[in-house]
Design a protein around this ligand. Sequence first.
Ligand code: HEC
Length: 138
Amino acid sequence: MKFLARTLSFACLAFVASPAAADTTFEKIKVEAGEKLYNSECRKCHAADASGPSYGPPLENIVGRGAGMVQDYDYSTSLEASGIVWTPAALRAWMEDNDGFMPGTKMRHVGIEDRTVQDFIIAYLTSITTQDNAAISE
Ligand code: HEC
């Protein structure tokens, strides 16, 4: 009985003490959902891995990066001259209405207005961002 009580209190402690674990699981689910959405909405034009072929610029390390930074990619003048940084808010506005957000871009309109879908895609893009983009100043 004493053993059971101790086991139970451990179990409770573990439960109470693990909000971080719950966050991590939630984050993982968001990333997985985001990857599926990315595959259906973005991957046909954007490789996630900069070493592969890609019609649009590859989106590896995009979160927090300045616009138009993939070397050798032939960006539109609008995108190259925009001076924007791909924060989550900018990515949201872009997914929602890219040609309204940046007239003259050559990315076809994608029109993703659902905030949850945007969230998932951003979670995935964050997971493939492995460098500290604050270090990029150009
Ligand atoms: C039909 C092809 C196509 C689809 C689908 C597409 N894109 Fe693009 N994307 C492009 C092209 C082409 C550019 C370059 C635009 C320019 O130079 O004006 C671009 C540019 C971008 C950029 C700017 C990258 C940089 O280096 O500054 C981001 C961010 C981006 N797309 C995100 C997305 C996301 C997220 C999705 C899916 C929700 C998506 N795109 C779907 C073709 C596409």
